[in-house]
Design a protein around this ligand. Sequence first.
Ligand code: PEP
Ligand code: MG
Length: 603
Amino acid sequence: MSFQVFGLPVSRGVAIGRAVLVASSRVDVAHYFIDETQVESEIGRLRSARDAVARELSTLKRDLPQEAPAELPALLDVHLMLLHDEVLTGATKQWIRDRHYNAEWALSAQLEVLARQFDEMEDDYLRERKADLEQVVERLLRVMARGVSTDPFVSSPAPQAARDFGGEDPLVLVANDIAPADMLQFKRSVFTGFVTDVGGKTSHTAIVARSLDIPAVVGAREASRIIRQDDWLIIDGDEGIVIVNPSPIVLEEYRFRQRQSDLERARLSRLRHTPAVTLDGERVELLANIELPGDAPGALEAGAVGVGLFRSEFLFMNRGGELPGEDEQFEAYRTAVEAMRGRPVTIRTVDIGADKELERMSANELRHEHALNPALGLRAIRWSLSEPAMFRQQLRAILRAAAHGRVRILIPMVAHLSEVRHTIEALARARQQLDDARRAYGSVELGAMIEVPAAALMLPAFLRHFDFVSIGTNDLIQYTLAIDRADEAVAHLYNAWHPAVLQLIAQTIACANRLRKDVSVCGEMAGDPAFTELLLGMGLRSFSMHPSQIVTIKERILSTDASRWAALVDRVIGADDPERECQVVAAESAARVATLAASTSPV
Ligand code: PEP
Ligand code: MG
């Protein structure tokens, strides 16, 4: 039966493929295809893991202390029985043989199938055995993961891109939730699209999905419950619709749209290296947002003239709780700096907290875990200043990378002048430590992210200390409107067109321009063509976005008269419905440009 699920569109385009359901807790399991020749050895890995877990469980049972509860031996017997049950291992082998999934993926796919069967059982006792099954699978996965590097640069066996193997179909991932760090695992993914039940449009999961340039829908609430393994799905990342088991006519329609969008992308890609200049001759800088140093070459390729936001916190994730040391960070920053070949790289100091968690059980992490409202808690610069040694270590690594190219440091979520002072002191100390250690380092510019209304309102005071600012509109919207950006329940109220948000942005750009300090926008608004003309009209000349958006925004810039829009900004912001007003103004401008073009073209 065909039906539709509605969510929030977060990453454009259309993906068509078969559903792969993954439990949230297992999204970080490696997902890759193996070759036909590796099938037997992969089954061998599964067998060895099963034998190791069987030994583990038997030893546990043998060594149970006298005072252990009487049910424990029986429970371990249940686990042993589940471990050897063909329904688990036999079917898992089948996933490996038929689909060429790696063993971990096959195991979690089979767990998902079984978990659903357990959920549907009438008998309470049997239904509760699902937890036992999950524990057994957890043990198997842990055994298989042993000895695997936790270095995010060295992913275990190289995942292969989504492909047709033996006539098989493309795959789309369906999960309740995907943590931003886990989303990173899909950088070179086998999946051609994503659907999650939870999440908002500018949640970090959505942002990483966009950076992968793969169609995605988040906040689709019941999706992972009602979609079945292997269902055919169309993910419409432009409209936020997931069509389950579409009819052949609908499928054909979407395939047509897919082809159209490929053609459009090919057309736009010709603009990659064209300078971004408005109709009235204003030069605009288009920068890239990146998550890992490995993204830098792609940014250059997409036509970025620098990196406007390197979200360094992604270097701190997926490491089993261990933080990267100074040298490792230095190498990562240097890699990005060198890849950009003399163009500026803006490294944001760690923005941990809110929806980006660190798996570290320090005192601070525990505090964070218990934070009543993580978005308002120990996040970003607040976290860094509460971990002074870690912060200086990061600053030293960035300063050292600055000896290899143009580097700027960006501080997230500043709201207090005391934070500015402490940051500047930390930077001075980091320099002193490098001097003492006779290590080479370079000069850096220091900038602040304008992400909370307090920072926007006291910008002149901040700008006495900073060389530049970058407006983080994702958080500025969240904190101005008091809407958790990751919560789909209030996603309808998260509105970049809110006049208060637009006023704060316009005010920040005007103030920075007046004081002759560089100002950029690095939130998602920068990559949304609906805002390009308005931002140009506000005086913005530097936009930072996912590399895949650069050509789309450039095309807008090339056809915009910035000075005309400057005269219209107040009309748009002052309107009851700025979005509607902006569309009216855009239509008037387009008509005017067309008339001018007609009157100047030779007859
Ligand atoms: C922002 O808040 O707009 C921003 C760019 O930072 P992040 O999305 O990583 O919070
Ligand atoms: Mg932010």
